[in-house]
Design a protein around this ligand. Structure first.
Ligand code: TRP
Length: 448
């Protein structure tokens, strides 16, 4: 994995909880080589790291936004699940589930819908592109734009926030959605207390860069894909169809801009890539280069293809696996949604019995941590009292996770943590140590 835009800063902290990593694939088709290189392969590799908790889901609610073929959605769910497993995902190590098995996700989508700014959603790329296309064609801006497409960033935020994911690996076209999810989390936390973890996008430079048959980005929408598990002979034929220039055998060839070279590089080791680079310079024939590419891909894909076909032919066992995954996922989602319902006021009336404290008063008397991001791109927090007076201010952290871990320490250890966190947090101007100590004690775990 190269050129990470962000990293898992803060993981060396002593009281770390595992880093949570979440990824979803929309169930609208069969995976192609671009999906494998950009998403499946790196996310399966991540699942094998120690200290990482992975959530892998089949985004079938998302699929409804762009696909009205029920059989295709069902088939794609099977194909993507089988692809993950064939590529080495171990369901015992991670949580693999189907989005639509988690009814808490659409419920959370509604809670977030009520705090998401419409103006924010107006700026979402996918929605804006649809509107711009209509305008360019001289049409009404809303032609063929569903409310689902408009709300897509909210559903995606619910996917992510439901599982308190720290990191979400995405292609660059999806970074905006993660920013929007963070925005919604921040707003919710501001209104109702710190419930959500602020997620961050992780992008790999190589993601989304795999070219397709015609040299443009490999994408279903360009119809230039190579199916990941195409049968061997079909794979050979597809590779033979990759665009090249007209240079004859013996003529030196450019690696720059060569789709064939770039696809090879996505599978090959550094020495293998160097060897092909040399072969280009030495004037390798395109047909020979294509044969090398075919063999290189086949080497990685053939064993997976065999597992894939065995899995595809046993949908019942995949279904059982997804059911077990849903149970694991709901063990997280159900209690968390209960907490969120309580936070926003969807409450049982029993708590209004005379003995119970008035919840509004209890909430407003409490100090609170507020997390935010500044223009410098860093993540900050402050501790404010009931009157929004700042008691404590943090430095900028590289990741929201580092900020969250520091908050967790302050909540757990109170003012004794201040000495070791000097340089990371400081009392605000004019705030006495005693006052800060009293505020932090509010968060101290209650012994029972
Ligand atoms: N939008 C992603 C795709 O098109 C799928 C997806 C849905 C997703 N919700 C997500 C990815 C949450 C990461 C996190 O494939």
């Amino acid at each position: 994995m190269t050129n990470r835009q962000t990293d898992a800063g803060g993981r060396s902290s002593p009281n770390t909880s595992p880093l949570r990593f979440l990824t979803g694939i929309t169930t609208t088709g069969a995976p192609h080589l671009g999906n494998f290189v950009g998403s499946i392969r790196p996310s399966v590799a991540a699942s094998q790291l120690a200290g990482v908790q992975g959530f892998y889901f089949l985004a079938d609610y998302d699929a409804l936004i762009k696909c009205d073929e029920p059989a295709r959605i069902q088939r794609s769910t099977l194909e993507i699940a089988a692809s993950w497993l064939a590529a080495g995902l171990e369901p015992d190590r991670v949580t693999v589930y189907r989005q639509s098995d988690i009814p808490e996700i659409p419920e959370l989508t509604w809670l977030l819908t009520c705090i998401a700014g419409k103006g924010l959603l107006n700026r979402a790329h996918a929605y804006k592109a649809a509107v711009d296309k209509n305008l360019a064609a001289g049409n009404d801006p809303d032609v063929d734009v569903s409310a689902g497409l408009f709300m897509y960033p909210v559903l995606m935020a619910a996917d992510i926030l439901m599982f308190k994911a720290h990191q979400v690996p995405v292609g660059r076209d999806q970074i905006q959605h993660i920013e929007m999810a963070r925005d919604m989390a921040q707003r919710f936390n501001h209104l109702y207390g710190e419930h959500f973890v602020l997620p961050e996008a992780v992008t790999e430079e190589s993601v989304a860069l795999l070219p397709g048959l015609d040299g443009r980005k490999m994408s279903k929408s360009y119809d230039n894909t190579i199916a990941l598990f195409a049968p061997r002979e079909q794979l050979r034929k597809l590779i033979a169809g990759i665009v090249t220039d007209s240079r004859a055998p013996g003529e030196a060839k450019e690696v720059e801009g060569s789709a064939l070279f770039q696809i090879y590089q996505a599978f090959a080791s550094a020495p293998e890539t160097a060897a092909l680079r040399q072969a280009y310079a030495d004037g390798i024939a395109w047909s020979d280069a294509k044969q090398l590419l075919f063999e290189r891909i086949e080497r990685d894909v053939a064993p997976m293809r065999e597992r894939y076909h065995a899995l595809i032919n046993d949908p019942a066992s995949i279904e059982a696996l997804l059911q077990a995954g849903a149970e694991k996922a709901r063990a997280v989602a159900t209690p968390f949604l209960r907490e969120l319902r309580q936070a926003v006021g969807l409450r049982n009336l029993d708590s209004l019995s005379a003995a119970a404290p008035k919840s509004k008063a209890a909430r407003t008397a409490a100090p609170a941590f507020k997390q935010y991001r500044e223009k410098d791109g860093k993540f900050y927090f402050k501790l404010v009292d009931a009157n929004a007076r700042v008691l404590l201010q943090s430095q900028g952290f590289e990741s929201p996770r580092e900020a969250a871990l520091t908050i967790a320490r302050l909540q757990k250890e109170g003012s004794t943590a201040l000495a070791t966190l000097r340089g990371e947090v400081a009392a605000a101007n004019g705030i006495a140590a005693g006052e800060l100590d009293a505020a932090l004690q509010f968060f101290a775990p209650v012994a029972i």
